[in-house]
Write a protein that binds this ligand. Structure first.
Ligand code: FES
Ligand SMILES: [Fe+2]
Length: 453
């Protein structure tokens, strides 16, 4: 048994070859195709750390709920009659049936579809159908029959996270300096942000980490999304739909761009924005400057993509978008994407934002299908036995430094490392944080160690 664990630990240790002092950081293809590693990810990553659940704006009113998952555990997040948020395992205490199968809604009570037990919006069992005459034992009646609350529910400025593990750090400590990148979204309005109602839901036949990587991978834009850039170029000449205020990507060449790694697997990339007037917050920028100062307002106009490990990304390079991903199998991933918008935004800016969002991010848009097809192509290529370590994590290492570079330091944050380069040199440095944490959590799991102090 020990030998099995030892060999598992050495396989995981080999998956991420992390030798930065020698200029080496590389990931083995086994991380993407090994079903045993997928099972370990569920147990030792998703069920051991904080996972993003949803946004408070999805649960405005008493009795509003959303359903989601932490790893393979179904979760119900619900606002009770007093407006308090709770998060529960979305499984009936009777025989384990999924209690609520709707994705979002409002319900004072959830009735189990199997035998009709009833639970209120605070997770309390309020009815055992035909209970009084059922001949239950005293011991059973003394037991509680309520939904099981998850170990932790945390709320960072409206962004809801949950954990099945009692021993996680406080949510603020888990997010660390990466929270500042969330602040740059929330503070785009004095009233915070909301998810625009509706979402897109799709699956791709590939490993979840292909999306994890892609969210901080600006290197692929010019090749993978060539048709999007081409359409944007035509629109700038007045052809087609001009409502989305198309960017001129060639104007970014030579401008500063960078990558950031944080503790706990979070990371980000950013790029200077030469066309701030095409951003839907631009008409509100004076109000934003007066509230958050010039430095943060300028950061809001830059393109920023941030990954909150393990299951959430915010991309704000076109218009702000939030992505949640859920691994279903080693080669199958479910994605949900939402448009983020400032609360109280004027109708004209909201329409502008939506046109930019649907252009790029919708499954019917011009970029998401490119990415999804490429993940599937990667998954096919990654099954090739002769491939071992991939070569996609090395760009930008020459620009990398410990802590914050001169641009990132203007935010007053303390990341683990950063790399300051140019848009056309891109960087793959932001893959380090996620894979380092991925390996750390898996190794702690198989060695029986606690992942957090
Ligand atoms: S499984 Fe829910 S009432 Fe039986
Ligand atoms: Fe893409």
């Amino acid at each position: 048994m020990r030998t099995d664990l030892d060999s598992l630990a050495s396989r995981l240790a080999a998956c991420v070859d992390d030798r930065l002092p020698q200029g080496i950081f590389r990931v083995h293809r086994a991380a993407f195709v090994d079903p045993q590693i997928f099972e370990l990810e569920q147990r030792y990553i998703f069920e051991r750390t904080w996972c993003f659940l949803g946004h408070e704006s999805q649960l405005h009113q008493p009795h509003d709920f959303i359903t989601t998952q932490i790893g393979s555990t179904p979760i119900l997040v619900s606002r009770d009659g007093e407006g308090r948020l709770g998060a529960f395992v979305n499984a009936c205490r009777h025989k384990g049936a999924l209690l609520c199968s709707r994705e979002q809604g409002r319900a004072r009570a959830h009735v189990c579809p199997y035998h009709g037990w009833v639970f209120d919006s605070a997770g309390k069992n309020t009815l055992l159908k035909y209970g009084a005459s059922a001949g239950y034992s005293e011991a059973f009646l003394k037991d509680d029959h309520h939904l099981i609350p998850i170990a932790h529910l945390g709320n960072y400025r409206g962004f809801l996270f949950g954990s099945l593990n009692r021993d996680v750090p406080e949510l603020a400590a888990f997010l660390g300096s990466a929270a500042t990148l969330i602040d740059l979204i929330v503070d785009q309005s004095p009233h915070g942000v909301e998810l625009v109602p509706g979402r897109t839901l799709y699956t791709y036949e590939g490993n979840w980490k292909l999306q994890l990587d892609n969210g901080v991978d600006p290197y692929h834009l010019s090749e993978a999304h060539a048709s999007f850039l081409d359409v944007q170029a035509r629109r700038r000449k007045g052809m087609g739909n001009v409502d989305s205020r198309s960017f001129d990507w060639s104007r970014r060449d030579g401008l500063p761009a960078g990558a950031i790694n944080f503790d706990h697997g979070h990371s980000a990339v950013w790029l200077e924005q030469p066309e701030p007037d095409k951003r839907p917050i631009y008409p509100a920028i004076d109000e934003i400057r007066s509230r958050v100062g010039n430095t943060r307002a300028d950061w809001m106009l830059k393109g920023r993509n941030v990954g909150i490990f393990p299951n959430m990304q915010i991309a704000d390079a076109i218009s702000p978008m939030l992505r949640i991903f859920r691994p279903l199998a080693v080669n199958l991933t479910e994605m949900r994407a939402y448009c983020i918008a400032p609360v109280g935004e004027p109708t004209a800016q909201r329409a502008w934002r939506l046109r930019q969002y649907e252009d790029f991010f919708n499954p019917g848009g011009m970029a998401t299908p490119d990415d999804a097809v490429l993940y599937e192509d990667c998954q096919r290529g990654l099954s090739a036995m002769p491939l071992d370590y991939l070569q996609g994590t090395s760009r930008g290492m020459g620009f990398q430094q410990s802590h914050a570079d001169e641009v990132v330091s203007t935010l007053g944050i303390q990341p683990v490392s950063s790399a300051l380069g140019r848009y056309d040199t891109y960087s793959e440095v932001a893959f380090q944080g996620p894979y380092r944490e991925w390996q750390r959590l898996l190794l702690a799991g198989v060695k029986g160690e606690r992942p957090y102090e």
